[in-house]
Write a protein that binds this ligand. Sequence first.
Ligand code: KG4
Ligand code: ZN
Length: 344
Amino acid sequence: MKILGIETSCDETAAAVVEDGEQILSNVVASQADLHAQYGGVVPEVAARSHIEVMLPVIEQALAKAKLDWDDIDGIAVTYGPGLQGSLLIGSLAARTLAVLKHKPLYGINHLEGHVYANYLAADTRPPFPYLALIVSGAHTQLVLFKAHHDYQLLGQTLDDAVGEAFDKVSRILGLSPTQGGPAIAKAAISGDDHKYQFPKAKTERSLDFSYSGLKTAVLRQAQDLAGGDFRMPSFDVHAKLSQQQINDIAASFQRAAIGMLVDRTIKALEQYQPKAVVIGGGVAANQLLRVELTKKLPIPVQFTATNLCTDNAAMIAAVGYHYALAGKEIDPQQMRVEPSLQM
Ligand code: KG4
Ligand code: ZN
């Protein structure tokens, strides 16, 4: 079964064709990162306008790269939440229209489920149920227990900032990339001392929840202190007064603390729920330290999303779509609505 996936929840316009939920026939991602860099972050209106411009060419390219035409496509899967409302609207409207015009069944997909099912793509093994999923992206940090396809339970999540958001904010404080914070911090950390600064580990009331806003503020205070200013010093002014070594040391110490919290909570969830495997998905799953630490510290198999499929893409949406198709979870194109705050 060949599913066309469409994903526009944030600043990537993506379309892909996946066969039987596992084999990628094409995977096209048009990133808007350069477009938003000049504003220091994603601007929703700019994102939506850009999706409009490239949505159809991206879909056409996905079909062409797979060497398929519409007759070969068995269904369309599209992200309907969570994400930016304007961005979600463009992708879902394209999918709804095409479903009607081309007479294809339509499947509405939760973006977060997509990050988990990215683990079924280009993978040697399928995770056995029940498995624990750690979803770590720019907007979410969650632990979810998957008991079967379509049957899962949210165990814990961030109470404030997402881990990827913390990477991006700290990157801006340190004068590194405003839109590719994770990779920029990871790169700076290679030349830094990760024990130079002791950033606090947040305690959360429910032991499987996360919190990252305190860590981000602790980084800012440390940077202001090193820059010779007090807490009124604007965050965008600080980095110009830091040495390269100080920036690298803060990046390394922050990364150690941020990843430490993920590892900590994952171990707690393992002890409480005893899953058969752990899968990691979302943009932050590309982080090398996270991969090393979890593999070292977890007593059961850990499966990471392939590095090139960690950040937003439509192949992962098509992978979920396949299981929706098997379960007959089709949605009426006239009835589909976007849900910007959709939960797991
Ligand atoms: O899943 P994703 O592409 O978008 C959302 O659904 O949010 O995740 C993007 C996030 C960004 O915050 C980015 O800084 C982070 O993933 N990220 C990383 C790395 N690569 C991307 N964070 C840490 N280390 C990385 N290597
Ligand atoms: Zn994502």
